[in-house]
Ligand binder design. Sequence first.
Ligand code: FBP
Length: 342
Amino acid sequence: MKPISLTRYLIQEQHAGRINADLRLLIEVVARACKTISIAVGKGALGGVLGDAGTPGAQSMNIQGEAQKKLDVLSNDILLEANAWGGHLAGLASEEMDHSQPIPDAFQRGNYLLLFDPLDGSSNIDVNISVGTIFSVLRCPDDVTSPGDEHFLQPGTAQVCAGYTTYGPSTMLVLTVGHGTHAFTLDREVGSFVMTARDMRIPEETKEFAINMSNQRHWEAPMQAYVGDLLAGKEGPRGKDFNMRWVASMVADVHRILTRGGVFFYPIDAKCRDKGGKLRLMYEANPMSFIVEQAGGAASTGRQRMLDVVPTGLHQRVPVMLGSRAEVEAAVAYHARHDAAP
Ligand code: FBP
């Protein structure tokens, strides 16, 4: 069958009554903004977009206390501008902004809230490794016209749409509106996203894990034990050898898992315990967990299904484990046994 465009797929979802016109427009607008970001990323040094934002000695920092890259700021501005005037949003929130922003009074407001990590994998921007954009869509509470941060604090189960775009050898958009997870590749000649994988399925079992091993000594005991048994391979209690991959761009590691299986971990450790974890719940863990679950995988904090976590803050961090269902359940079981032990 001739591959269909993102626009045609969304119109089919609308005709099937699974999404409404506003959500279809919102997704189209986000996809178009990602095309613009893809061009900027693709230009690299030729576009003068590499390196830190701000000036030497006066780096600009985001609320996470991280130095902002020029592409972090540029991608954020592109998504803000693209989503301001469409009439389908009431407000938006970003990794790069301290607080959420209601859509300006000058523009018509809609019924949705958009959260995004404008450029994920910042540490890889200057070294030409895949980076991406991650987004999540929630409904704005009915009686709210000018949403504040508190209106975004909805559990992952309340998401109506989630997606990410990877800016790698090809630019791909992976999307769910709650009816499976599908991938679209950007046809640069035509300038449109074309479906290249329908109903992606993550294999139940896997022999591949992704974690930043350099943090091993800081992990909790159950994580030490779990990874220790993976590394022990077929001579160990797991009875099979495991391979490891770590791109240090969540979008790239998760895309590999959606494509061929695997499990991804960013556990709590002594370095990030005071922050509750490294990765952010609202615009990293929740959208990725919705996408993974819709592809037959699982996602957990190690002690709770990720999508059931009740958020307490816009930039809240959480421990993350997601991917092939059997392996996530195995890691969760190590934590349960440890926590149950006297
Ligand atoms: P940001 O780049 O958006 O801050 O995301 C965090 C991130 O880069 C993830 O994409 C990635 O999985 C992780 O941090 C890498 O962490 P580390 O540098 O510890 O390997």
